[in-house]
Design a protein around this ligand. Structure first.
Ligand SMILES: Cc1ncc(COP(=O)(O)O)c(C=O)c1O
Length: 324
């Protein structure tokens, strides 16, 4: 797609990531499931945000930036991968975290290893990092640096281009295999991934529905964010704006809260590990899979379906509060 090809991009993803039949899981639940293995994107410990960072870092380098500023929680997969991608491109990473200094396990261990400059807002409110990022970028500019500021999750129209590219990749794989999925399932947080998959699905005339399971925000907030991001990336790439099917986001699988494992998610992750030998992270993938399993059990899942395994491996080692 021309619009995509003209965007500056750095190469981080070992593409294509595998598309694998989850045969044993499919036999258990009675619906054919395929895994799109974006836990194997091939940079850091993998994950969906590597695709997003290809376009964001391409833009940062194009603008001559020398450092990257973003914000999240100490166990954020996004922040860790952003810091690592910044390093790969020769930019210094600056991270604003909500909360206060925590034990260096999981992603926090990895951002420390990458030598990111970390500052804590001291507030539990996740949005507290938004102002802190702007302040940090202003300070860096005043000191003569050229910061590249990215909102939480890399959820911008440009970042969503990563999942438009992934949709093209998936379309090629599906056509080679002769598989026509009815649905593409994923965990939705900051919403950029689902927005990119919707715009990308439209670009390749996909006949699957994209089904997001919210693991973070209320469903209505997700839908509004996805529409804005989808239309933003569509405009950026010269695709029809506002086109495509309705936005589907399912709720009810947050469990005790964002970043905290849920009993249902843990059970779903155990089933997937024991049938497929694949690890789902407790914060995103496990909860989305719990929702998919319930849909299958209720007879509401018509296959074949593709499930995006989106990464998050570091939070498997972050203790009971996976992403806080
Ligand atoms: C492992 C994993 N899966 C899914 C998501 C959700 O992606 P998005 O924030 O684009 O909705 C994230 C977000 O950080 C993630 O780290």
């Amino acid at each position: 797609m021309t619009g995509l090809a003209t965007l500056p991009r750095v190469s981080l993803v070992a593409a294509p990531t595998p598309l694998q039949p989850a045969s044993r899981l499919s036999a258990v639940i009675g619906t054919q499931v395929w895994f799109k293995r974006d836990d194997l994107t091939g940079f850091g410990l993998g994950g969906n945000k590597v695709r997003v960072l290809e376009y964001l870092l391409g833009d940062a380098l194009g603008q001559g930036c020398d450092c990257l500023v973003t914000g999240a929680g100490p166990q954020s997969n996004w922040a860790m991968l952003a810091a690592l991608a910044a390093r790969r491109c020769g930019l210094d990473p600056y991270l604003e975290f909500y909360g206060s200094p925590a034990e260096a396990v999981g992603n926090l261990l990895l951002v420390e290893l990458a030598g990111a400059q970390i500052h804590y807002t001291g507030e539990l409110d996740r949005a507290s990092v938004d102002d802190a990022m702007v302040k940090r970028a202003a300070e860096l500019s005043a000191a003569g640096r050229r910061p590249y500021l990215v909102p939480r999750g890399g959820a911008t129209p440009l970042g969503a281009a990563g999942y438009v590219a992934a949709s093209l990749e998936l379309a090629d794989q599906l056509s080679l295999l002769g598989v026509r999925p009815r649905q593409l399932w994923l965990a939705t947080g900051s919403c950029g991934t689902q927005a990119g998959l919707l715009a990308g699905g439209q670009a390749v005339s996909a006949d699957y529905d994209v089904v997001g399971v919210s693991v973070s925000r209320p469903v209505e907030e997700c839908v509004a964010r996805i529409v804005t991001l989808r239309d933003g990336v569509s405009a950026l790439l010269g695709l029809p704006v506002g086109a495509g099917a309705d936005v589907t986001v399912l709720g009810g699988y947050l469990g005790p809260g964002y970043g905290q494992p849920s009993p249902q998610g843990e059970e779903a992750a155990r089933l997937v590990a024991r049938t497929e030998g694949v690890f789902l992270d407790p914060v995103f993938g496990a909860k989305a899979m719990a929702c998919l399993l319930d849909a299958a059990a209720a007879g509401r899942l018509a296959g074949p379906v593709v499930f995006l395994v989106s990464g998050g491996a570091p939070t498997l080692f972050a203790g009971p509060r996976g992403s806080m």
